[in-house]
Design a protein around this ligand. Structure first.
Ligand SMILES: [Zn+2]
Length: 223
């Protein structure tokens, strides 16, 4: 049986058990340092960024040399989650500035950008057009409709699906642009793969192998 990869979880314990998950750590969280050291010690891959919910007036203090060094390390596979959230989080102008800085950091270190997006897809598309980034941009926890999925795929985005999504959006997402994640949920990633494979009318094993290939391309040091 090939491995089941979870590209985005906030639960270190899940990652410790499966060994095939990327733990998302946000720098503004109180537990950031202790979580980071647990992950580093146990060789658990991570993504590091400043979540839009944690963007405050002092957001710039996180974007320091220490972050640059950290992002350059082998165990940090991606920048993020970072992004824009119109429902929750810091002032819009802070969010935008913090996101722009992280877009630039991802380019600088040459690692994919994991994007948190709530009601801000037009802004994110606009930013992508402006930056024309070399690194992959992954919309995590994608819950948009089919039309939006098609639009994002056309524009070069990758989509990561979690526990809740529109089945039609998953159906139209090509498997080489598709990732799976558990995010905050304690659900078993295996169950998510089984359901997604059914929706795509694919054999689970073939589906898993395809995602594994995509992950290998996006995060070469992961597998
Ligand atoms: Zn998340």
């Amino acid at each position: 049986m090939s491995c089941i990869i979870d590209v985005h979880t906030h639960h270190i314990s899940l990652a410790e058990n499966s060994g095939k998950a990327i733990v998302s750590l946000s720098m503004s969280e109180e537990s950031f340092r202790s979580s980071l050291s647990v992950c580093l010690k146990n060789h658990i891959p991570v993504s590091v960024g400043l979540h839009p919910w944690g963007v405050e007036a002092d957001w710039q203090s996180f974007m320091n040399d220490e972050l640059r060094v950290l992002l350059s390390s082998r165990q940090v596979l991606a920048v993020g989650e970072a992004g824009l959230d119109k429902i929750r989080g810091g002032l819009w102008e802070w969010q935008l500035a913090a996101f722009r800085t992280q877009i630039e950091l991802a380019e600088e270190v040459g690692k994919p950008l994991l994007i948190h997006c709530v009601k801000a897809i037009d802004e994110i598309i606009h930013l992508r057009r402006g930056y024309s980034p070399n690194v992959p941009w992954i919309i995590h926890g994608f819950r948009g409709k089919k039309e939006q999925a098609i639009q994002l795929i056309e524009k070069g985005f990758y989509l990561s699906f979690g526990e809740y999504y529109h089945e039609e959006a998953l159906q139209v997402c090509p498997t080489d642009r598709l990732l799976m994640e558990t995010d905050e949920s304690p659900i078993d990633i295996h169950a998510l793969y089984v359901r997604a494979a059914q929706i795509k009318e694919m054999d689970v094993e073939a589906f898993r192998n395809q995602i594994k290939r995509t992950v290998g391309e996006l995060f070469p040091s992961f597998l």
